[in-house]
Design a protein around this ligand. Sequence first.
Ligand code: GLN
Length: 492
Amino acid sequence: MSAERLLTSSLRELAAALAEGRIRAEALAEAALERAQSLQERLNAFITLTPESALAAARAADERRRAGNVSLLSGIPLAHKDLFCTRGVRTTAASRMLAEFAPPYDAFVVERLAEAGAVSIGKTNLDEFAMGSANEHSHFGPCRNPWDTSRIAGGSSGGSAAAVAAGIVPVATGTDTGGSVRQPAAMCGVTGIKPSYGRVSRYGIIAYASSLDQAGVIARSAEDCALALTAIEGFDPRDSTSLDRPSEDHAAALAAADGRLDGLRLGLPREFFAVQGLDADVRRAVESAARIYESLGARLVDVSLPRAELAIPAYYVIAPAEASSNLARYDGVRYGYRAPDYVDLDDMYRKTRAQGFGDEVKRRILVGTYVLSHGYYDAYYLQAQKLRRLIAEDYRQAFDSCDLILAPTAPTTAWRLGEKDQDPVQEYLQDIYTIGANLAGLPALSHPCGFDSAGLPIGCQLIGPYLAETRLLLAAHAFQGKTDWHRRLPPL
Ligand code: GLN
């Protein structure tokens, strides 16, 4: 089996090939690096590639395997969104502000995956500080969609989704503050899961909006997501919101499943399907996904999320408010970029921030500072917090009559590069289906469920009650046992 062929295989298949000695981790890392390099100009999926450390880690994985006793992820190539701190490897958040920043430590997720023996080949492109839905707001240029390189890869974790879709790596990390794992997964035709808030440590993830940020994984299938998620869960005292409870073996639960979903109640929120901008092809694909779920034994039920459309206004107050506070640290003194010419301290702050941040980040800081300021705090920030509570309550009530919610991941498929980047509100509206789960802290995943008339992938979203990751993965795994959308490969 050639290394090239292996790069289009699932994580599970690669793990088997490594275990049976059909391939070495080093050859796999070489192949992944080669594919990443050869596609870089067309996709711009990576900000940094780390061939030396990747090959060293792969050789170490091969040695450990010879000595026996290795984990399933040992020798598996992967990539990290460039928002996860990596010791000694620059971590840019796709910002000029951090373009040369090399952190002194690894993020928890990076540490965990390295301990499991996975081999990081580099850092993937994203929207600056994870702010965006298209991966166009990157200091390093936009990431392009492997299915059609004139289109966006989705955002903010566009590079991770594109790298998986293009068969560069079988799995990549992402973060999801308002949809950034699920939406790019949908746009690129791969599977992505955002766990419950608190499930995975945020330690070492460059903060955007801390009460919403959560690490997740993107892979080709629910099964591969389960394998990776199992490896990154668990308590971490360095994140004060980390849940102190034993992690669950999602992968084992999937392995024991019989592929049926008898009795599972799938709720279809009527407000989601009444959204004006919902594309007809997307609606059709998600509705036929619902029927496939039905054929697996699930029961479809009508549910209501009455405040669904208020999620966008609430989110676009809360997220910028937290961002404005989190990004105050980039002052030219403590981290990263400092303007070269200035007359005094205030001038240095002003110039550093004016030059170091891109337009979208500045817009968020301005909005965030405004909604937190005296006189507007009650009118905007406090109102948004009240809405957040009500939206979470809507989800809680919906789960009285269903076990999982089924919805589109995004209202449209991938749009053309440049189509929405001058109109921020158009871009924000694309997040209508994903941000509710973040506001309510719920786990959610996106899996492929078809293609539109232009041949672009469509994502189907499942949202679960708090800590129901296994249930989500089991459902998507059963779906993928019956369909092959997730096996299709882009015409690269
Ligand atoms: N599109 C949303 C935003 O721009 C979500 C981004 C994210 O999840 N990081 O804020």
